[in-house]
Ligand binder design. Structure first.
Ligand code: SAH
Length: 362
């Protein structure tokens, strides 16, 4: 037990070791271990302390705009996959997106996240025009894109137009596992190359994975942590896998809250300055998932500012829990919940404290 505690306490000051992470994951979660609860509590406490050291008790809020649920891809886990014919599709117009930003801005939000399926209707030019329009009206806000894989020149174009950050979860850092989660038309190496390109261009890049996705085992997680440690993303988006009823994974088991919390804490210790959201998926599986996530080292929440008529159609998984950022009351409720738990909602841009050379080497 004391040895394991030492391992946890020195995670942020020692070089990454696959062996150490495997040993910790094993004792914290995968294998029976009599001191599991005490060990977990120690891990969470260390992660909280590390987060406090870098960001104190401040939690950054981001306005999430789910602007299209059209997608050309067919990820086996995802409810907006191309082959799902049961899903009613929508796209927000540029005006509708600007309306979302206006509401978010009025409510105090200073980061907007444009997330959507890989929808080629949003051509390089079209999305560029939207980025420019947002940055022209809200030069004091940060803009994050989460629109999947594109070519280098397109990413460059959007960066020049003013996009600051880009979220592209790697989903899993193990090739065979990636191929279990995606059809043959999708490529593991292309996704990783996209991440390297984004970082090289100068985006604050976000990677991340689902926890408890089908066939994920301890070795997959060790690879994920190895990848994150080497890549040093500015942000890490991680949430539990949750089945969606109209996908090939409809019958699969959801990931666990416990594993999600353990991984959040480990990421905070491995990459102390990282921006780490307590995700919607975590809040979906656990009533107080958001606070639990923060108590394990997370420091970002993404309230939803998509118009209600569309946000219920953005169904990546079943029973999505919404943190409402569109209404003043929704945000007020969130701020009060944070305050009660000893956190402070911060409305500034909230840039990452992660520093890295931007040559994109991994
Ligand atoms: N098209 C964009 C955005 C994808 S949606 C892209 O490719 O990056 C954002 C994230 O939701 C995905 O990266 C995935 O990790 C997560 N997600 C999708 N389906 C999910 C499910 N069934 N359960 C949990 N998370 C899911």
């Amino acid at each position: 037990m004391e040895k394991l505690k030492d391992k946890i306490a020195s995670l942020s000051s020692t070089p990454f070791s696959r062996q150490t992470i495997a040993c910790l994951l094993n004792d914290l979660y995968f294998a029976p271990c009599e001191n599991k609860d005490a060990l977990k509590e120690f891990l969470f406490e260390q992660a909280r302390k590390k987060r406090d050291q870098y960001y104190s008790r401040k939690v950054f809020l981001r306005g999430l705009i789910e602007f299209t649920n059209y997608c050309q891809n067919d990820c086996f886990y995802c409810g907006i996959r191309h082959s799902n014919k049961k899903n009613r599709r929508y796209r927000l117009s540029c005006e509708q997106i600007l309306d979302c930003c206006a509401i978010g801005y009025k409510n105090g939000l200073r980061t907007f996240v444009l997330q959507g399926g890989e929808d080629l209707y949003f051509s390089p030019q079209r999305l560029e025009a939207i980025i420019r329009a947002i940055k022209e009206r809200y030069p004091d806000c940060a803009l994050t894109l989460s629109v999947g894989e594109r070519e280098k020149d397109v990413y460059e174009r959007w960066f020049k137009a003013g996009a600051d950050r880009f979220l592209l979860r790697h989903e899993t850092a193990t090739k065979w596992h990636y191929e279990k989660l995606h059809p043959q038309t999708m490529s593991f190496s292309h996704r990783l190359n996209c991440l390297r390109t984004l970082k090289k261009i100068g985006y604050q890049a976000g990677a991340g994975m689902m926890l408890g996705s089908p066939q994920q085992d301890i070795s997959c997680l060790v690879e994920d942590f190895a990848f994150l440690s080497a890549f040093r993303p500015a942000m890490v988006g991680m949430g539990p896998f949750i089945p969606q009823k109209d996908t090939p994974f409809a019958q699969e088991k959801a990931g666990s809250v416990e594993l999600t919390l353990i991984c959040l804490a480990l990421v905070r210790l491995l990459l102390p300055p990282v921006l780490l959201p307590a995700t919607t998926a975590l809040a979906t599986l656990s009533k107080d998932g958001t606070i639990k996530g923060l108590d394990c080292g997370a420091n970002v929440i993404m309230p939803n500012i998509t118009p209600p008529a569309q946000r219920c159609l953005y169904t990546l998984y079943d029973n999505k829990k919404i943190t409402d950022g569109e209404s003043v009351e929704g945000l007020q409720k969130l701020k009060e919940m944070l305050h009660r738990a000893g956190y402070e909602a911060v409305m500034s841009r909230g840039d990452s404290k992660m520093t890295y050379s931007i040559d994109g080497t991994v």
